[in-house]
Write a protein that binds this ligand. Sequence first.
Ligand SMILES: NC(=O)C1=CN([C@@H]2O[C@H](COP(=O)(O)OP(=O)(O)OC[C@H]3O[C@@H](n4cnc5c(N)ncnc54)[C@H](O)[C@@H]3O)[C@@H](O)[C@H]2O)C=CC1
Ligand SMILES: O=C([O-])CC(=O)C(=O)O
Length: 268
Amino acid sequence: MGKGSPLRVAVAGLGAVGMAVVRALEAGLPGCELAAVSARDLGAARARLPRAVPVLPVEELEPLADLVVEAAPAALLPAIAAPFLSAGKGVVVLSAGALLRNDHLIALARERGGQITVPTGALIGLDAVAAAAEGVIHSVRMVTRKPVRGLAGAPYLIENGIEIEGIGEPLRVFKGTPREAAVGFPANLNVAVALSLVGIGPDRTELEIWADPALARNVHSIAVESDSANFTMSIENLPSENPKTGRITALSVIACLRKMGAPLRVGT
Ligand SMILES: NC(=O)C1=CN([C@@H]2O[C@H](COP(=O)(O)OP(=O)(O)OC[C@H]3O[C@@H](n4cnc5c(N)ncnc54)[C@H](O)[C@@H]3O)[C@@H](O)[C@H]2O)C=CC1
Ligand SMILES: O=C([O-])CC(=O)C(=O)O
């Protein structure tokens, strides 16, 4: 991307995150322009867009864009990311959990000079965890609490017969690692995987998930102990129109895109 040539951005998936990113790009993000989109129903997507942006299957986005924002169901990550990485281009990944079972994508980025960016998304403080990881991190613990409708339907709950509809008290539904949560809660715990990737990995990070009938927000609390600093962080996210997804997630992607072309970048 040279001076005067905006970064051509494709958006794959027009749900809670993708549509908000499209709107921001159309409203104007310095240094970026919306180049193409993809959706499950291509015809319906055309009708929802503010102007005649090309609407294509995910496999056909790459020639039109320099970077793709993956904001789709986790299973689509390889189909969305591989063409861009093969061409040495960038991919902003929301379905971070799916990176764990597709690490060939990281190898592909390394081989071809592409780059995968996982934004902070619905989380907080990945800058501090990244800095601490330059030293020695002793432990990272995360507790996620979500309203029942933010967890309903997760494969882990179904496979283990865990009933959360109608619970009267907070219920711990999972204790384990982000690697396990990425399989059991593919649409709910991308944040834990992002935290683990920047910190001490998906097998050493400790994670609890609670369903809390009294909550209206998705709450993520993190405690890090390291040789440079100990810190705790907590974020209470208003859900977007997708109850599993915090509203701040799309804003994090927009901030990430804004930063790519900015003359001043603040925060790591
Ligand atoms: N990293 C993070 O902090 C967070 C990540 N996420 C993840 O981000 C992703 C997007 O989240 P949302 O926008 O809330 O999901 P969403 O379910 O609202 O949107 C996904 C969209 O992808 C579309 N889609 C389905 N099949 C498609 C296909 N073949 N081609 C193109 N589009 C297709 C769906 O129709 C839907 O509109 C999900 O994987 C979610 O789990 C969500 C919240 C936080
Ligand atoms: O928005 C949130 O609270 C987190 C989320 O859904 C995810 O990480 O997939």
